[in-house]
Ligand binder design. Structure first.
Ligand SMILES: *[C@@H]1O[C@H](CO)[C@@H](O)[C@H](O)[C@H]1NC(C)=O
Ligand SMILES: *[C@@H]1O[C@H](CO)[C@@H](O)[C@H](O)[C@H]1NC(C)=O
Ligand SMILES: *[C@@H]1O[C@H](CO)[C@@H](O)[C@H](O)[C@H]1NC(C)=O
Ligand SMILES: *[C@@H]1O[C@H](CO)[C@@H](O)[C@H](O)[C@H]1NC(C)=O
Ligand SMILES: *[C@@H]1O[C@H](CO)[C@@H](O)[C@H](O)[C@H]1NC(C)=O
Ligand SMILES: *[C@@H]1O[C@H](CO)[C@@H](O)[C@H](O)[C@H]1NC(C)=O
Ligand SMILES: *[C@@H]1O[C@H](CO)[C@@H](O)[C@H](O)[C@H]1NC(C)=O
Ligand SMILES: *[C@@H]1O[C@H](CO)[C@@H](O)[C@H](O)[C@H]1NC(C)=O
Ligand SMILES: *[C@@H]1O[C@H](CO)[C@@H](O)[C@H](O)[C@H]1NC(C)=O
Length: 539
């Protein structure tokens, strides 16, 4: 039977016996005190005029006397000698340093002239809280997969445990977190641990009524991922020049950092790294064909492998430079053919375009292209084929062009002489001979069937004489084609004034100007005279 439970009854009984003595000598307990510390059990409501005070102790093995006090003095009994004292005025009992044997029931009997009061209280000597530490069931955990049991252990009496993440209490949520408390330890079990669960860091506290101790911060590595695996650029151009500075990158949220595997058309490439450069792709000699590139992120710890979306690109060698070649021999219109061909010094050509003098050239008539458009054949050659031929080589990522100037010799065709038909004596005369020809024709002139010394297209007579009347024949000769064309012109030289049959253009112009000046003067005079008409004064 609990002694404590009986005490109030005894007290009550004594109160009746003692008749109206002060009640409540001690406050209700239990009183907690730390091992090795001091404790003072205070009395309340006592009167100083006591006759004597008696403190007793019972640790369960039987009652013993600690101290007695009266007006004559205080006497401490044996097991407590040196460790206990009593305030002779109030009856307060002090004990220390405390040992664990001091736990037990303390009672006081307070005898005064008005009667006897008794009281009792329980003292608990608590072991100090110490060695609070956290241990984990695992040294490393895998997100979503591991169940982690953290054990907080401590030394001390009557311990209460609490778990904290940072400043926030971690409580049993009936789901992933469960807490199980024991006397000297507490287990925090985290099911399907998440990467955020164990950072904060985690602390545990162990406390009793008198003390609180906190563990060292604890953090556990939780491996996770790969998550959010992405390839970039997400939508690259479909065609990429092999000379470009381009690469595909793969990224993932992962701990430890992910390894990356690259695939082309489902075939793994040997490369392991977050970056797939064009250099690596070029080294594989995939040619110009498009391929589907994909990356996978792999986490060594979680054993998870996640792929990113694929991108399709074709790496294309640019056309490095165009070379065009045409016939090396002398070409003559109407006789022979020309074959102009075009090729790239490097790279692959997807399309070839031909231009003549910057205008697109189409097949048809005398023009024929080879099936791959790499050459152009003209048969037969004509003078119209003279010009600059440009070939343009194209692929998806580049273009190059080169030009060839073709000279087709022809002519002379139809010579013609231009000049006055009749002049007056002493006039200057110039006759111009023209004859389309490549190369330009050489000219010779005949006068009345007699060869002259003039070898230019223009025949000049500084001052015409009567004897210059006659037939002038220009002969144009092309040394390449060997052809000659001729044209005649008759010039007659007349006496002075013979050709003045009418006003010259200059004279007509002079007359017109004179008339206009006279008209202007007349108008000016009229305006002047009008202004001179007197105006009547208003005054
Ligand atoms: C306990 O009391 C004694 C004497 O009263 C004193 O010397 C000692 O320092 C006290 N100990 C503590 C832990 O308070
Ligand atoms: C006894 O207690 C009273 C009241 O608390 C105090 O004034 C007095 O100093 C104490 N006496 C001793 C000897 O400690
Ligand atoms: C805590 O877990 C350990 C095993 O991990 C077990 O031995 C111990 O009894 C548990 N303690 C409590 C209070 O559940
Ligand atoms: C917890 O993390 C800190 C730094 O973030 C580190 O210094 C410490 O060693 C870690 N403790 C454990 C138990 O992993
Ligand atoms: C390629 O581009 C990246 C950034 O876009 C740059 O850091 C790098 O120096 C470039 N490399 C070359 C060879 O130009
Ligand atoms: C994750 O858990 C499953 C069973 O729950 C187990 O088979 C698997 O091996 C675990 N993964 C890792 C990486 O431990
Ligand atoms: C074409 O040229 C060749 C030699 O260059 C010549 O023998 C042939 O007669 C010419 N034919 C014509 C139709 O001009
Ligand atoms: C031009 O000549 C090349 C080789 O000399 C030939 O392969 C090509 O077919 C020729 N082109 C045409 C349109 O005849
Ligand atoms: C040239 O021919 C014309 C007409 O045929 C003639 O009138 C003229 O006298 C001739 N001149 C000379 C110098 O022979």
């Amino acid at each position: 039977m609990d002694v404590l439970a009986v005490k109030p009854l005894v007290l009550l009984l004594l109160c009746f016996v003692g008749c109206c003595a002060p009640t409540g000598v001690l406050l209700p307990g239990p009183i907690d005190a730390v091992l090795g510390g001091n404790v003072t059990i205070k009395t309340v409501g006592t009167t100083p005029d006591f006759i004597f005070i008696l403190w007793g102790f019972n640790d369960g093995s039987g009652p013993s006397n600690i101290v007695t006090g009266s007006k004559d003095g205080v006497k401490v009994n044996d097991p407590f000698k040196g460790r206990a004292s009593m305030n002779a005025t109030t009856g307060d009992l002090s004990i220390g340093p405390l040992t664990s044997q001091d736990s037990g029931d303390y009672d006081i009997s307070f005898v005064s002239s008005t009667g006897t009061v008794m009281g009792g209280v329980k003292l608990r000597v608590l072991e100090p809280v110490s060695d609070v530490s956290i241990k984990s069931s695992l040294s490393e955990a895998i997100e979503h997969n591991s169940t982690v049991v953290l054990t907080c252990s401590a030394k001390g009496s009557f311990l209460q445990f609490r778990w904290l993440r940072g400043d926030t209490p971690v409580v049993d949520d009936g789901n992933r977190f469960s807490v199980k408390n024991g006397e000297l330890s507490s287990n925090l079990t985290i099911k399907d641990v998440l990467r955020t669960d164990l950072v904060g860091p985690i602390y545990c506290t162990a406390a009793n009524k008198l003390q609180l101790r906190t563990s060292a911060p604890f953090n556990l590595t939780v491996y996770y991922g790969p998550d959010d695996v992405t390839i970039s650029p997400l939508s690259p151009p479909k065609f990429i020049s092999s000379k470009e500075n381009f690469s595909l990158s793969c990224s993932a949220v992962s701990s430890p950092p992910a390894d990356f595997l690259w695939y082309r058309d489902q075939q793994q490439m040997e490369l392991m790294g977050p970056k797939l450069t064009l250099e690596v792709i070029n080294a594989h000699s995939f040619g110009n064909k498009a391929g589907e590139y994909m990356c996978k992120a792999q986490n060594k710890k979680t054993n998870r492998k996640v792929s990113a979306g694929a991108v399709v690109i074709a790496v294309i060698e640019p056309v490095s430079s165009a070379e065009v070649s045409g016939p090396a021999t002398t070409l003559i219109a109407g006789n022979g053919t020309a074959n102009i061909s075009c090729r790239a010094a490097g790279g692959s050509v997807d399309a070839t375009k031909w231009l003549k003098d910057q205008q697109p050239l189409a097949a048809g008539g005398r023009l024929l292209f080879s099936a791959d458009m790499s050459s152009l054949r003209i048969d037969p050659l004509q003078k119209e084929d003279n010009g600059e031929y440009t070939c343009q080589l194209l692929n998806a990522v580049s273009s190059a062009k080169a030009a060839y100037k073709m000279v087709v010799n022809y002519g002379p065709e139809q010579a013609a002489v231009q000049g006055e038909k009749a002049v007056e004596v002493n006039d200057k005369v110039a006759l111009d001979c023209s004859a389309p020809s490549i190369p330009p024709a050489n000219f010779t002139w005949k006068f009345n069937s007699t060869m002259t010394n003039v070898k230019t297209a223009r025949y000049v007579i500084d001052m015409a004489l009567y004897k210059n009347t006659g037939t002038y024949t220009c002969e144009a000769h092309n040394v390449v084609t060997g052809k000659t064309a001729a044209s005649s012109h008759f010039l007659s030289v007349k006496e002075e004034g013979a050709l003045d049959d009418g006003l010259s253009d200059g004279a007509i112009a002079g007359i017109v100007i004179a008339v206009l000046v006279a008209l202007g003067a007349a108008i000016a005079v009229i305006i002047y005279c009008r202004q001179k008409v007197p105006v009547e004064s208003p005054y």
